[in-house]
Design a protein around this ligand. Structure first.
Ligand SMILES: *[C@@H]1O[C@H](CO)[C@@H](O)[C@H](O)[C@H]1NC(C)=O
Ligand SMILES: *[C@@H]1O[C@H](CO)[C@@H](O)[C@H](O)[C@H]1NC(C)=O
Ligand SMILES: *[C@@H]1O[C@H](CO)[C@@H](O)[C@H](O)[C@H]1NC(C)=O
Ligand SMILES: *[C@@H]1O[C@H](CO)[C@@H](O)[C@H](O)[C@H]1NC(C)=O
Ligand SMILES: *[C@@H]1O[C@H](CO)[C@@H](O)[C@H](O)[C@H]1NC(C)=O
Ligand SMILES: *[C@@H]1O[C@H](CO)[C@@H](O)[C@H](O)[C@H]1NC(C)=O
Length: 286
């Protein structure tokens, strides 16, 4: 009896619902006449078109007030961060660990360095940027059309003993590895107009790292500053300082700090370990 009642209610419900969806007597779809549905659809269509139009207009007028050449809001931090290649991360930050006797332990590092340095290929740089080294008036050399600027070339042959022509493994095979340091771009950042920022690397214990050479000359040339931004200076490439480490204590984890020194560069910020300096661990096994 109960099942029969239930069945009846169910089929009645289905019928009612069917009638709601399409009522052949009144010609109503979901409780409304067809022409009403057309009006409602048109109303919402117009409503959304107006909404989208207002939204687009406000975005457009906002974009009009922004200069594509430089950011409107730059935060107060005006001192650049420092990064290093290779940048293999371990548990304790950047860890460059390898074994001279095991080529596989540094093959990946050498490959990543080649990829990183590809943009500094001489012929590529000659296509993209201007040779600045022999010009006293770099500013006018870099003046492009409109608000665009050219940038100065930085080529791998400036890297001396750390260029791949000198050593295709960048010193890793011989246990005197080269590391490449760059400082982050900050639009319109100018370190000083007389002295270029210099780089200095040292280990906690002097005996662990007895000799370091820097290329080119251990400084970030002033001709690469300021950086005018991606739109004004699309081909800009960061200058590098290559660091070649000699007489590194073997089979020992060594902490090395590379600090950039120059006016307007902060390198003692306890809250930001990468501001003005980079710290990493090196272990060369054999
Ligand atoms: C630059 O790249 C070209 C190929 O794109 C290569 O033939 C040439 O050897 C590279 N030059 C340097 C200096 O690496
Ligand atoms: C950027 O480099 C390309 C070649 O890669 C060159 O055609 C173009 O003129 C350069 N633009 C500027 C603004 O230096
Ligand atoms: C710059 O000048 C030096 C000599 O003053 C010369 O040896 C060198 O080839 C020049 N470099 C360029 C890129 O013109
Ligand atoms: C260096 O910059 C200061 C202001 O930023 C300026 O007064 C001075 O003339 C500049 N010196 C040189 C040599 O360009
Ligand atoms: C860093 O530069 C300041 C002056 O700008 C100088 O007094 C100081 O000796 C330099 N430190 C190093 C390690 O070169
Ligand atoms: C370095 O690699 C060689 C050859 O694979 C191995 O004999 C040596 O024990 C390794 N050194 C260390 C400290 O693991």
């Amino acid at each position: 009896m109960a099942t029969f009642n239930e069945k009846k209610t169910c089929s009645q419900r289905m019928e009612n619902f069917g009638r709601f969806v399409w009522n052949p007597d009144t010609g109503e779809l979901m409780g409304r006449a067809l022409d009403k549905w057309v009006y409602i659809s048109l109303y919402y269509l117009a409503f959304y078109i107006v909404m989208i139009g207002l939204f687009a207009l406000s975005i457009y007028s906002l974009m009009q007030t922004l200069s594509p050449y430089e950011p409107d809001y730059q935060d107060q931090i005006q001192s650049p961060g420092v990064t290093i290649r290779p940048n293999t991360y371990g548990e304790g930050g950047i860890e460059i660990f390898y074994n001279i006797s095991d080529e596989n332990s540094y093959k990946g590092i050498v490959k990543s360095l080649n990829t990183f340095l590809a943009v500094y290929n001489k012929s590529k740089q000659e296509e993209m940027n201007k040779p600045c080294s022999n010009y006293s008036d770099v500013k006018s050399l870099l003046t492009g059309s409109g608000r665009t600027k050219y940038a100065c070339q930085f080529t791998t042959d400036m890297l001396g003993k750390c260029s791949c022509h000198h050593d295709p493994t960048f010193g890793f095979a011989s246990g005197e590895p080269c590391l490449f340091i760059k400082i982050n771009r900050i639009i319109n950042f100018m370190p000083d107009n007389k002295t270029a920022p210099t780089l200095h690397c040292s280990s906690k214990d002097e005996d662990d790292l007895r000799h370091v050479e820097y290329f080119p000359h251990g400084s970030f040339g002033l001709q690469y500053f300021p950086y005018y931004g991606k739109k004004a200076q699309p081909n800009y490439t960061n200058p590098l300082v290559a660091v070649k480490l000699f007489n590194v204590q073997r089979n020992k984890e060594i902490e090395i700090v590379c600090k950039v020194n120059g006016s307007h560069i902060i390198n003692e910020n306890p809250h930001d370990p990468y501001e003005g300096k980079v710290t990493f661990k090196l272990k060369i096994e054999k």
